[in-house]
Design a protein around this ligand. Structure first.
Ligand code: NAD
Length: 484
């Protein structure tokens, strides 16, 4: 796919009940380019009244059985059609991800491909979600079915709105749920283009509703709404807690995809050149704004200094700049996020950690650019070893024994991803078995993708997205017993 620069549409409306609509208040959100701070577009701001309309549309579509009456294999074909239509919008989506999110154009195209992979992967599973027949003896027929919840309310963070949103919407629709999704206020545009792909593909009215507003009003009123049946929340632990409080009022089932402080353990026999490259990609890709970023490296003391020197080389050779210029690493999403990452770095220094490289914003650049950062002399209890930066900052902690490495790796409130670098398969197995994390990467950060189940343990959340397991989060089992 060639990389094409296109212009960004100046004004974007919410997609409710199959129509593009201004917000009830007629207010607009201004979207800015994180690489320059310049405004690039405006979005109709959804308020609680818009949330009500969107939920009502999704409810009507569900209650009228508009999706339920489409046989599963045809729902799969619908998803394939959406994938084709999304492909038609690939140039525009790639540009949008570049200008409102800070990705490279290549990264924007990769997000389109990833979203299409979700649509096609789950399309193939639409007619394979089978129940069981349970033997209860002569004269009784007993079987299970998977029933949808109803209206699925979905909240998406700013770092990867298209793939994160599409993976949840696809699973929801294929299993017969309808969706109201609130896109992130900092980078909402690509999900509106997904809505356009759904419109072009002829998805039933009201099945997919995409709105954009602030978390504290549109987001909070969606997750507390009295007519939703299911919540998929992807975002920070703090916001996750308030979503769960709202959900507890009506006992609404939730999938929680929260933050991480994921650590990779490096044993002395690992290929250090390969580890340095994998670890650098694991933390500097998308400037570390990935929930499963490898933000801690737990390194055997005998190889610590050599690996740190290699990692420093990797960090210092990255080009940092606007994604549109094809730089290796783009900006953070906002001034707020840059301040947060920088201030946590200052805390690291005040706690006594050693700054090997980076540690501050890049002076003289107009956007929100943070230097790739490495800390050593880090103790497990330090805040920089415990708290999620969500930025391009990696902390290196030494260990002497495998048991100590496991204790350090598991020694945070989070449990999203973990990694092991070794050529000893037995040791890799031993370590993977003891790591408390939803996924363990061996010898390459981010092995796996659309097909492999993904999710958290501990404060990183619960429920699984991706892989076959994800579909089970969108259905509940019904048992039917028939006395013949
Ligand atoms: P955030 O929690 O601030 O916001 C996430 C979303 O929640 C946004 O759309 C926001 O508008 C909305 N929101 C805010 N307050 C709300 C409320 N009271 N009720 C309902 N919705 C509300 O997170 P962020 O800063 O946008 O994203 C970064 C966080 O997301 C990081 O912690 C990262 O690890 C996590 N994340 C997790 C995954 C995963 O799959 N586990 C993926 C991406 C990001």
């Amino acid at each position: 796919m060639g990389e094409t620069v296109t212009t960004i549409r100046p004004y974007w409306k919410n997609f409710i009940d199959g129509e593009w609509t201004d917000g009830a208040s007629n207010e607009r959100l201004v979207i800015t380019n994180p690489a320059t701070g310049d405004p690039i577009a405006e979005v109709a701001r959804a308020m609680p009244a818009d949330v009500d309309r969107a939920v009502a549309a999704a409810r009507r579509c569900f209650d009228n059985r508009n999706l339920a009456e489409i046989p599963p294999h045809q729902r799969g074909e619908m998803m394939r059609e959406v994938s084709l239509r999304l492909g038609e919008l690939a140039d525009e989506i790639a540009n949008v991800e570049c200008f409102d999110n800070g990705k490279t154009l290549k990264g924007g195209y990769e997000d389109v491909t990833l979203a299409q992979r979700y649509l096609n992967y789950y399309a193939g599973m639409a007619d394979k979600l089978e129940g069981r027949q349970i033997p209860l003896g002569e004269g009784v027929l007993d079987y299970t079915t998977h029933m949808p919840f109803g209206v699925s309310a979905q909240i998406v963070p700013w770092n990867g709105p298209l793939p994160v949103g599409v993976r949840s919407i696809t699973c929801a629709l294929l299993t017969g749920n309808t969706v109201v999704l609130k896109s992130p206020e900092d980078s909402p545009l690509s999900l509106f283009l997904f809505a356009e792909a759904c419109e072009r593909a002829g998805i039933p009215r009201g099945a997919v509703n995409i709105i954009c507003g602030y978390g504290h009003d549109a987001g909070a009123s969606l997750t507390a709404h009295g007519d939703i049946d299911h919540i998929v929340f992807t975002g920070s632990v703090e916001t996750g807690r308030s979503v769960l409080r709202a959900a507890s009022e009506r006992i609404v089932p939730c999938i929680m995809e929260l933050g991480g402080k994921s650590g990779g353990i490096v044993y002395p026999d690992a290929d250090l050149g390969q580890v340095a490259k994998s670890a650098a990609r694991g933390i500097f890709h998308h400037a570390g704004q990935i929930c499963s970023a490898g933000s801690r490296l737990i390194v055997h003391r005998s190889i610590h200094d050599e690996l740190v020197a290699r990692l420093k080389d990797e960090a210092e050779t990255l080009s940092v700049g606007p994604g549109i210029d094809g730089c290796d690493m783009g900006p953070l999403i906002s001034a707020r996020q840059l301040d947060r990452v920088e201030s946590l770095c200052r805390i690291g220094v005040s706690e006594g950690a050693t700054l090997v490289t980076g540690g501050a914003r890049i002076a003289g650049m107009p956007g929100h650019f943070m230097a790739p950062t490495i800390f050593t002399q880090v103790r497990p209890e330090m805040r920089i070893a415990q708290e999620e930066f969500f930025g391009p900052v990696i902390v290196v902690l030494p260990f002497d024994s495998p048991e100590e490495a496991i204790a350090v790796a598991n020694g945070t409130d989070y449990g999203l991803a973990a990694g092991v670098y070794t050529n000893d398969l037995r040791l890799a197995h031993w370590t993977a078995d003891r790591l408390v994390a939803g996924q363990v990467y061996v010898n390459e950060w981010w092995t796996g993708g659309v097909e492999t189940p993904f999710g958290g343990t501990k404060r990183s959340g619960y429920g699984r997205e991706k892989g076959q397991e994800a579909l089970l989060g969108y259905v509940q089992t019904k048992n039917v017993g028939i006395r013949l």
